[in-house]
Design a protein around this ligand. Structure first.
Ligand code: THU
Length: 146
């Protein structure tokens, strides 16, 4: 669709379909550094203006220092000035189950985008779509400190 044909409230859909965002997440497997788990993960975070921040998991010989794909994308977005305009995050794994985000990633996503939509994909590229609020119910966020 041509951008000018799109209504404002429908705009993010003009930039990318869910399927395309999942494909972007899968395309990040090529950059994944996962010599220990051999489990590449990719992520793609779509912003309202169409900007996409991608990420992959980056492991470490000190296993606990590993960073997930979702958090790589999150940190790229925040550090580039995008922290309050996220619409959808796609997560792509090669497992037989959906690549559910870990608790730390859910918590960090909740800080900036409690209303985020999440696409969780598995090996055959099929995915489920659900709100972050369902992955992290009664989350603790900035408002909780008020
Ligand atoms: N991992 C992610 O990058 N995202 C997830 O949603 C789940 C787990 C990574 C961390 C580690 O490099 C590997 O997958 C195995 O846990």
């Amino acid at each position: 669709r041509v951008r000018s044909e799109i209504r404002d409230d429908d705009q993010e859909e003009a930039y990318m379909t869910d399927q395309e965002l999942v494909a972007r997440a899968f395309s990040m497997h090529r950059f994944s550094y996962a010599p220990y788990s051999r489990f590449p993960v990719g992520a793609a975070l779509l912003c309202r203006d169409g900007t996409v921040f991608t990420g992959c998991n980056v492991e470490n010989a000190a296993f606990g220092s590993t960073i997930c794909a979702e958090r790589t994308a999150l940190l790229k977005a925040v550090s580039e000035g995008h922290r309050d305009d996220w619409t959808t995050l796609a997560i792509a794994g090669r497992g037989q189950d959906y690549c559910w985000p870990c608790g730390s990633c859910r918590q960090m996503l909740y800080e900036f985008a409690p209303g985020l939509t999440v696409l969780v994909a598995q090996r055959d590229h099929s995915f489920v779509k659900l709100p972050l609020s369902e992955l992290l119910t009664h989350g603790f966020g900035p408002k909780s400190l008020g």
